[in-house]
Design a protein around this ligand. Structure first.
Ligand code: HEC
Ligand code: HEC
Ligand code: HEC
Ligand code: HEC
Ligand code: HEC
Ligand code: HEC
Ligand code: HEC
Ligand code: HEC
Ligand code: HEC
Ligand code: HEC
Ligand code: HEC
Ligand code: HEC
Ligand code: HEC
Length: 437
């Protein structure tokens, strides 16, 4: 600072200018003539209004009539003669303590705002660490040095001298985005107020100026979900994969519960369709071909049976269900079906009410399923997602490499089938057919 004032006095003494310094001030003469103070604007195109108006003495106070001036402090007091105060606070940018000349030239500049530097980036990074722009993915306005679109260079009511609270600041420019977000029924908690909970405002190592990619980003707050997804014995590839959480969830919000990108069914079928190159069945085509949908499928509730993030049960099932075609009966293995259906379906050997699959009072569910040896799992007769037949009875059963036909026919009081397991059999609830074929 002191150096500046010394230079200033030397310069004001006129020795660097061609003309001799006059000893008194001529009130009718201008300070800037062809000989005197010709260079005060240093040829820079943006000239301060006060200089342009020849108001030199508003800032350079003469000592009486002598051509001698009091040292000039480019501070709030001086500038405040003509400008509204810029240091109203309550949070004041520290360089203002040293006045205004850290950033402004009092006479002229190459750029708007009488800045000393040729752009804001150079100005601000003269004092700040430019590392904030070091990320591979940069934010347009910060990259072009429009720092003051977001920061007030003087003072603010907000932290970091922001011109508005975080979200308001962002949707000032991202107006469409803001409108869209406001209309969503399920908004993500952090997106309600604080966009910078996820996005760096200046630059970031990942696309969209995110501080991390994929699940790592979400793990900052949902560590438990991510940890569990990686620990399940049956992992769901999209959850633990590169794209991760945002393959199914919108990071900001949506009109679906859990901020899903669509209804659960649409989200699942978005991948589980014919374009899926994997061993998994094409569920979308299956549902298209088979019009009789199982209750929860009809309700679009795939998560009613599958855990989308992963599971310790095969096929991501929520609860145990036998994996093999035959299975020794154990109630616990059928927990999946019996979260919604009455277990008495398979536990009572005789019944006149508990199931329609009976011959007289002989429970044929019990007969087929409730066995220690070669107990038939539900899949041997039912298609769990959808089928063409009442009660979701299947057309065929995969038996090793053979698609074994079942040939089920429903009758008024029972039905019949002719599977590869045994010859044709029938059952009738009113007048039992008995063991005979
Ligand atoms: C808005 C206030 C203001 C006005 C108006 C102003 N000056 Fe200055 N001037 C300053 C300040 C502040 C400094 C000190 C600059 C520094 O310390 O870097 C200064 C410095 C100077 C200097 C010395 C060094 C330099 O930067 O050239 C001269 C000469 C000068 N002014 C002449 C003039 C003349 C002539 C006018 C009118 C045409 C004028 N000033 C108008 C504020 C002003
Ligand atoms: C004598 C009155 C006066 C004083 C004192 C004064 N200014 Fe100005 N200033 C003006 C006028 C006039 C303008 C032009 C106004 C306009 O363009 O709207 C201006 C404009 C500016 C601008 C805007 C330039 C632009 O490109 O947008 C800045 C920045 C500025 N002054 C800074 C300062 C600083 C810093 C000080 C103190 C060192 C100061 N002024 C002192 C009169 C003054
Ligand atoms: C840390 C740097 C810095 C300091 C210190 C600083 N300014 Fe500024 N000032 C700026 C920047 C940057 C702009 C915006 C230029 C633009 O919008 O292009 C600006 C703009 C202005 C303007 C134009 C109108 C406006 O508010 O945008 C005025 C007037 C002004 N400053 C006055 C002052 C005064 C008076 C002081 C001292 C009390 C001061 N400045 C101190 C950086 C600073
Ligand atoms: C003359 C030096 C200087 C210049 C130029 C300067 N600053 Fe600062 N700024 C400081 C100091 C000192 C602090 C307080 C220490 C700190 O937090 O880094 C600060 C604080 C800040 C902070 C708050 C930092 C925090 O972590 O709380 C922001 C934001 C900021 N400045 C933005 C800017 C912007 C934008 C510009 C350019 C328009 C700018 N600064 C130009 C010196 C400067
Ligand atoms: C799009 C708005 C926006 C732009 C443009 C912008 N910033 Fe920021 N800046 C912010 C926000 C928001 C924060 C606060 C971040 C937080 O709290 O996590 C911030 C924080 C800062 C900080 C404090 C350190 C930090 O990382 O928290 C500095 C210094 C800073 N900005 C300087 C600059 C500079 C210099 C520029 C221009 C090159 C600039 N900013 C452009 C929005 C912006
Ligand atoms: C001054 C206007 C402005 C402000 C304020 C602003 N942005 Fe931006 N933002 C832009 C522009 C311009 C782009 C580049 C758009 C493009 O490339 O299509 C952009 C791009 C982005 C992108 C990348 C978009 C994409 O499709 O790649 C994200 C994310 C973003 N901004 C988030 C934010 C956040 C968060 C904030 C608040 C901290 C914010 N923006 C504030 C102007 C702004
Ligand atoms: C929970 C973290 C998180 C929060 C909070 C967040 N975003 Fe994002 N944002 C993301 C992710 C992740 C993406 C990339 C989405 C993708 O790749 O599908 C993104 C993308 C964007 C994009 C690019 C366009 C788009 O829709 O993909 C913009 C613009 C954007 N965010 C702005 C904002 C604004 C504004 C806010 C505050 C209202 C905000 N974000 C809050 C995580 C977040
Ligand atoms: C800054 C912390 C933060 C980050 C980062 C974050 N979330 Fe959240 N998230 C929350 C909070 C807080 C809630 C609401 C409380 C809760 O359900 O735990 C929430 C809730 C959710 C919900 C449940 C919403 C509902 O309606 O049930 C989902 C889904 C979600 N986040 C997904 C994500 C995804 C995907 C990401 C990564 C793009 C992410 N979150 C990143 C804080 C965060
Ligand atoms: C394959 C699609 C998919 C992916 C990928 C996915 N989710 Fe989910 N997520 C869902 C579904 C569907 C629900 C709703 C579950 C329900 O209704 O029972 C959900 C629910 C949630 C919830 C609400 C609370 C809960 O557990 O039910 C949170 C939080 C959540 N997910 C976070 C995440 C995070 C974090 C990631 C990334 C590690 C992620 N999700 C990846 C489909 C997905
Ligand atoms: C982003 C794409 C994507 C979405 C969305 C998706 N999945 Fe998957 N899913 C996969 C991939 C890839 C596999 C692995 C397929 C394979 O290896 O055959 C898979 C496997 C499965 C498996 C078999 C797991 C096993 O190892 O036995 C089930 C069951 C499953 N998904 C159900 C669902 C359900 C339910 C939803 C909706 C909540 C869903 N998926 C959403 C991509 C997706
Ligand atoms: C009533 C429970 C239930 C519902 C609801 C359900 N599933 Fe399944 N899903 C299963 C069972 C059980 C299996 C294992 C089938 C087997 O091995 O017999 C399975 C298997 C799968 C598989 C693996 C197929 C293969 O290759 O074997 C996918 C993919 C799948 N389901 C997706 C979905 C989708 C998408 C939805 C929603 C439209 C859905 N499921 C609804 C119970 C259900
Ligand atoms: C999330 C609850 C849920 C689970 C789990 C579930 N179901 Fe269902 N199931 C239903 C609903 C709801 C219906 C439809 C009842 C109706 O239409 O009245 C239904 C209907 C059926 C029907 C046809 C009944 C009829 O009256 O047409 C069969 C067969 C069936 N389920 C078998 C199974 C099997 C086998 C499992 C286990 C692999 C299973 N369900 C798991 C909810 C479930
Ligand atoms: C051997 C073939 C077979 C097996 C194995 C089988 N079902 Fe059935 N199931 C049927 C037939 C046939 C009907 C239709 C009865 C009728 O309405 O005539 C039926 C009907 C049902 C119904 C409709 C309500 C009722 O009881 O009439 C449900 C629910 C059901 N089964 C669930 C299951 C579950 C859960 C399993 C596995 C634990 C299972 N089934 C195993 C053949 C079988």
């Amino acid at each position: 600072m002191r150096m500046l004032f010394i230079t200033f006095i030397v310069l004001l003494s006129g020795s660097v200018y061609g003309a001799q310094k006059p000893s008194t001030i001529d009130p009718d003469a201008s300070c800037t003539t062809s000989e005197c103070h010709t260079n005060v604007t240093k040829g820079k195109p943006k000239v301060h209004g006060a200089v342009e108006g020849g108001l030199c003495t508003m800032c350079h106070e003469p000592k009486g009539k002598q051509h001698s001036f009091a040292p000039v402090k480019g501070n709030a007091e001086l500038c405040g003669k003509c400008h509204d105060a810029v240091d109203k606070g309550p949070k004041i940018h520290p360089p203002l303590q040293d006045g205004c000349l850290e950033c402004h030239d009092p006479h002229s500049s190459n750029v708007k705002g009488l800045l000393k530097a040729d752009n804001q980036k150079t100005l601000c990074f003269g004092c700040h660490d430019s590392e904030i722009m070091g990320g591979k993915f940069t934010h347009g306005p910060a990259d072009v040095g429009a720092c003051t679109e977001c920061h007030n260079p003087h003072s603010s009511t907000e932290d970091k001298f922001l011109k508005a609270p975080s979200k308001e600041l962002c949707i000032k420019c991202h107006a469409d985005f803001g409108e869209q977000l406001a209309g969503l029924s399920h908004q993500h908690e952090p997106a309600k107020g604080n966009c910078t909970a996820c996005h760096n405002p200046h630059s970031g190592p990942s696309p969209k100026m995110l501080p991390a990619a994929g699940n790592e980003m979400c793990a900052k707050c949902h560590e438990e979900v991510v940890k569990k997804a990686n620990e399940f014995t049956v992992k769901h590839p999209p959850v633990v994969g590169e794209n991760g959480c945002v393959g199914c969830h919108s990071p900001h919000g949506s009109n679906n519960p859990a901020m899903l990108k669509g209804t659960p069914k649409d989200v699942c079928l978005g991948c589980h369709n014919s374009s899926m190159k994997s061993h998994s069945k094409d569920i979308k085509t299956l549902l298209g071909k088979n019009t009789d949908w199982h209750g929860p499928v009809r309700d679009g509730n795939c998560p009613g049976c599958h855990q989308p993030h992963g599971s310790n049960n095969f096929r991501l099932l929520k609860s145990p269900y036998p994996e093999k075609f035959y299975s020794a009966f154990d109630m616990e293995n059928y927990a999946l079906c019996f979260t919604c259906h009455e277990p008495t379906l398979v536990t009572e050997q005789y019944t006149k009410t508990l199931t329609g699959f009976r011959d007289g009072d002989r429970n044929l569910h019990y007969l087929h399923v409730n066995k220690q040896e070669r107990g038939r799992t539900c899949r041997s007769c039912h298609e769990v997602h959808a089928s063409q037949h009442p009660r979701h009875i299947r057309d065929t059963v995969p038996y090793g490499s053979w698609d074994m036909p079942i040939t089920f026919e429903k009758t008024e009081n029972g039905g019949s089938c002719q599977p590869g397991c045994h010859g044709g059999k029938a059952y009738d609830r009113k007048s039992a057919v008995g063991e005979k074929k």
